[in-house]
Design a protein around this ligand. Structure first.
Ligand code: PEP
Length: 249
């Protein structure tokens, strides 16, 4: 079923104790939010501690990435199994920072998708174009290829669980947000693209917007019929802002 979702990507921010405090503030304020799935994605080192803070609350836990392999000699990697064991039920995959700084390509992301599903982690799968791609009007083909090369390989049951996050790279951490019209246009396109492969099931997919979303602009973005919520970076580090965004539907 298509859900309203607001997910916070903490990136490489907060200490373990500050992260636990932030999680506890979010849990307290989450009582003001109804009908929205709230998710926080702290760094790996925080997962167990934050999981304790979230227990019994309506806030779910996500990782920001996972290893492409199940286990073994992969120094510095964290397996999907370990992430699930630490209490997470979601995992962000294919964030543009991973694609750009760590060379994540579609083939790697396909392996990560397999690992997520094998360990009952719901992927929050990111797609989005760079500035030059938008300026040369290639954003539709870029996003379509990102989906065709990855999500299209999922079986129907797996596809039914995946969450898509559209994050234009030019809007991430820049203070520049897609206009509500730009967001709706490409979210509708993403849904149409998914429907080419998965038919009516694409209607059920939650498609989140990400890129400088904040309490001031969330409402106008979330009003659009194909925008089912947000993946929030900077503004997710303040409990008040994160909850204000979740109350913007
Ligand atoms: C993100 O990194 O997923 C993101 C959307 O960041 P920001 O909200 O800071 O632009």
């Amino acid at each position: 079923m298509r859900k309203k979702i607001v997910a916070g990507n903490w990136k490489m921010n907060t200490s373990v104790s500050k992260g636990a405090q932030l999680a506890s503030e979010i849990v307290n304020k989450s009582k003001e939010v109804e009908g929205v799935t709230l998710i926080v994605a702290p760094p790996f080192t925080h997962l167990t501690k934050v999981s304790e803070q979230l227990k019994g609350s309506q806030v779910a836990l996500s990782a920001q990435n996972c290893a492409a392999e199940a286990s073994g000699a992969y120094t510095g990697e964290v397996a999907a199994l370990m992430i699930a064991d630490a209490g997470a039920s979601y995992c962000i995959l294919g964030h543009s920072e991973r694609r750009e700084y760590y060379g994540e390509v579609d083939a790697t992301l396909n392996k990560k998708l397999v690992q997520c599903f094998a360990n009952n982690l719901i992927p929050i799968f990111c797609v989005g174009e760079k500035l030059d791609e938008r300026e040369s009007n290639r954003h539709f083909e870029v996003v379509k290829a990102q989906l065709q090369n990855t999500v299209f390989n999922l079986g129907e049951e797996e596809f039914g669980k995946v969450i898509i996050a559209y994050e234009p790279v030019w809007a991430i951490g820049t203070g520049k947000t897609a206009t509500p019209e730009q967001a709706q246009e490409i979210h509708a396109f993403i849904r149409e693209t998914l429907a080419l492969k998965f038919g009516a099931k694409a209607e059920e997919t939650s498609i989140l917007y990400g890129g400088s979303c904040n309490p001031a602009n969330a409402k106008s973005l979330f009003l659009n019929k194909d925008v089912d919520g947000g993946l929030i970076g900077g503004a997710s580090l303040k409990a008040d802002d994160f909850i204000a965004i979740a109350k913007s539907f």
